[in-house]
Design a protein around this ligand. Structure first.
Ligand code: R5P
Length: 314
């Protein structure tokens, strides 16, 4: 690895940042991050980054606003420390679901995030499975969006009997991603008609396009937040005659009592990635977590050396 690369591991996900650095064969740069009594954050890079190609790793997880401020402050500091190029590495993009004006006078915060990152001094963004790919278009700087589907599919292929399975999108929005899963796993598909009457966690499955009767259902979504969508979908699929329910999602937000709710649900197995840290003590054997660290490391190396990033998705 060339000497002019620096990796900054911010506070949100040191385990993933450490794994990425191990794959790259670099040490995270020494930094100091102080939170003062008045909640102000101080960031200092304790190594020279002048003319360096800098990658700042920060995922979206609680305390979210604090992590966003830390990211912006770090990018600003690195810019003023004369970094040659700064790439914000955001495994789970903050405010990814706030991406459209679907109600009057509503905030579109994914777009604001783009403005904030550019204003702070980011030159590029590297992220993974955006809730809607159009978010990349909110930026005027290059955005590389990695795809975790091949990694998740490898895990499903090696540990599940997929012969009699139907892939099921947990809502219509997920149908496009489902095509990628179906092409890789060679299974038929079905799509759930999900309704969310308000902003609460009360997702309802009200219809099904496709047939799951007598078959195993493999539910797919980009993220699981409260678990409400997956649980409602799983219960609905059983009512439609599915035999067994498994599930897969890229981003395990798993907020509030999601673990307990999912453990009590008909979902027998769940595959997720490590874009978001798992709270300690919450590991369960029916949840498999596959690592995306090598893919991020390969993408960082490709960006650094001017190689294609899209070739990594095959
Ligand atoms: C929404 O459209 C997303 O794809 C997921 O379905 C949603 O984030 C899941 O949220 P929850 O687990 O709270 O139902």
């Amino acid at each position: 690895m060339a000497n002019d690369i620096s990796v900054i591991a911010l506070s949100s996900h040191p385990a993933l940042a450490g794994e990425i650095c191990a794959h790259l064969g670099v040490k995270p740069a020494a930094t100091e991050i102080i939170r003062f009594g008045n909640e102000n954050i101080l960031f200092q890079c304790q190594e020279n980054v002048r003319e360096s190609d800098v990658f700042v790793i920060q995922t979206s997880c609680p305390p979210l606003s604090d992590h966003i401020m830390e990211l912006l402050i770090a990018i600003d500091a690195l810019k003023h420390a004369s970094a040659r190029r700064i790439t914000a590495v955001l495994p789970y993009f903050p405010y990814a679901r706030s991406d459209k004006k679907d109600r009057p006078r509503i905030s579109i915060t994914a777009r604001l995030m783009a403005d904030l990152l550019e204003t702070a001094g980011a030159d590029r963004v590297l992220t993974m499975n955006l809730h809607s790919p159009q978010v990349a278009g909110f930026f005027r700087i290059p955005v590389d969006q990695l795809n975790a589907t091949p990694i998740v599919c490898n895990e499903l292929r090696s540990t599940s009997e997929l012969g009699d399975s139907v892939l099921v999108a947990s809502d219509v929005g997920e149908a496009k991603d489902l095509e990628d899963y179906a092409n890789r796993l060679g299974a038929p598909i079905a799509i759930i008609d999900k309704r969310r009457p308000d902003d609460s966690e009360n997702a309802k499955a009200v219809g099904l396009i496709g047939d799951v009767a007598g078959r195993n259902a493999l539910l797919v979504d980009d993220e699981i937040t409260s678990g409400g969508t997956m649980i409602a979908a799983a219960q609905f699929l059983l009512e439609q005659g599915a035999q067994r329910i498994e599930a897969a999602a890229v981003h395990p937000v798993l907020s509030g009592h999601a673990y307990e709710r999912l453990a009590d649900s008909p979902i027998e197995r769940l595959v997720v990635t490590n874009t978001i840290p798992t709270p300690s003590g919450q590991r369960m054997e029916w949840i498999s977590t596959v690592s995306v660290a090598k893919l991020f490391a390969d993408a960082i190396y490709a960006i650094h050396s001017g190689e294609s990033v899209s070739r990594l998705f095959v």
